[in-house]
Design a protein around this ligand. Structure first.
Ligand SMILES: *[C@@H]1O[C@H](CO)[C@@H](O)[C@H](O)[C@H]1NC(C)=O
Ligand SMILES: *[C@@H]1O[C@H](CO)[C@@H](O)[C@H](O)[C@H]1NC(C)=O
Length: 366
């Protein structure tokens, strides 16, 4: 989600009119509120953490979109006393958004310039950061500058280090395919469901987060508050005769940002203005699992991702913007943070946990 757009959009409106109160949208009395704890919090505010990716060893990389275009790391985020440590500040840009690992310890980040609260036209760049084995910065630079393209947001890697990534263009409402090595690119998906088609909706940008799962490209459309998917080939092109499928229309009033998909096919969505993590089940029904409008737990959650090690594969990590786009209860903000949410209870409630592919679940020390 692009902070500054939202900030402008919601700055003049009272949170009470925008944020639905209570749980009336959801009728799942038996759903547990998932336990969570703060992994690490920035020392400055306001601050807007935007997205996250993992190293193969489970360490986190976290992008910051405001106040500076930076990337942080958290070593072993499942342990207590984890810290956000600054790795790098990107050049010739104002904010860092999507981040994806394109090869071991080689990450690509989407970045753009901002004029106050508006994205500067023709400022889209993709930049990279490579790390040494010990986690220190080995090399940084530009994949490319793309003045003819819109606003890059979510990024996803095609296949297993196949040297291609997909990039959601939130302004043009298309998916580009890039070589992170040469910067070459072309449009691979251009369908109406990627675009902002509802001028009366509170969020003006279309496609936001993208994920590859089960031979499909999934995406959130923030403008139409919908989740879609499309069968794609290994090259990232729409599969022969594939049609866009509507996965879910989320309940009215949810402003959806990035998301994660679990081993059962549930989609965990950051409802950024609502301060909630919402689960969309494979049948399209939705339920709130963590946070609420008046809570700081995931205040302005921007992105979610499950841990990638045996220690934390049941832990959902969330990045937050601390209420910056829409202060909690209209006034409360805090620094951006990373939160660990223990999803075990939800996974156990909705499925036969004995058959879970991820095996016995270690407990996070919350
Ligand atoms: C990490 O590794 C790099 C490259 O191998 C080396 O230059 C650097 O000094 C190391 N840093 C630390 C803190 O060990
Ligand atoms: C928001 O308001 C509610 C209702 O008064 C209150 O329970 C809650 O603690 C408030 N949240 C914050 C972060 O102050």
């Amino acid at each position: 989600m692009q902070i500054k757009l939202l900030h402008v959009l919601f700055a003049g409106a009272s949170a009470a009119t925008l944020i639905p109160q209570g749980g009336a949208r959801f009728n799942d009395a038996c759903l547990p509120r998932l336990p969570s704890r703060i992994v690490a919090r920035l020392g400055h505010q306001p601050s807007f953490l935007e997205n996250l990716a993992f190293r193969d060893n489970g360490d986190l990389l976290v992008t910051q979109n405001h106040p500076k275009p930076q990337i942080y790391t958290i070593k072993q985020p499942w342990l207590k006393n984890a810290r956000l440590t600054l790795l790098h500040e990107f050049q010739d840009t104002d904010g860092a958004a999507g981040v994806v690992q394109v090869a071991p310890d080689h990450f690509v980040v989407a970045a753009a310039k901002w004029n106050g609260f508006n994205p500067v036209p023709a400022s889209a760049t993709l930049q990279f950061i490579r790390l040494a084995k010990n986690g220190s910065v080995a090399e940084t630079g530009f994949v490319g500058r793309y003045p003819e393209l819109g606003l890059f947001n979510g990024l996803a890697r095609l296949g297993d280090y196949q040297n291609s990534i997909l990039a959601a263009d939130s302004a043009l409402g298309v998916i580009h395919k890039f070589s992170p090595l040469t910067g070459d690119h072309h449009v691979v998906v251009d369908v109406p469901e990627l675009k902002a088609t509802d001028p009366s909706a509170p969020v003006p940008i279309g496609v936001n987060g993208i994920k590859l799962h089960d031979s499909h490209l999934y995406w959130t459309n923030s403008n139409t508050a919908s989740i879609f998917r499309l069968a794609i080939t290994e090259d990232g092109l729409p599969a022969k005769s594939a049609k866009v499928e509507l996965v879910s229309c989320v309940p009215d009033g949810l402003a959806i940002d990035d998301f994660a998909i679990d081993v059962r096919g549930n989609i965990w969505v950051a409802a950024v203005i609502n301060n909630e993590g919402v689960v969309v089940r494979p049948d399209g029904s939705t339920v709130s699992a963590v946070g609420s409008a008046g809570e700081m737990t995931v205040a302005s959650g921007t992105a979610l991702a499950f841990g990638n090690t045996a220690a934390d594969s049941h832990i959902l990590y969330a990045t937050t913007a601390g209420g910056l786009p829409a202060p909690v209860n209209g006034t409360v903000i805090e620094p951006g943070k990373v939160v660990a949410i223990d999803a075990t209870a939800f996974l156990c409630l909705v499925c036969d946990v004995g058959r879970l592919a991820i095996g016995p679940l270690p407990r996070l020390d919350l």
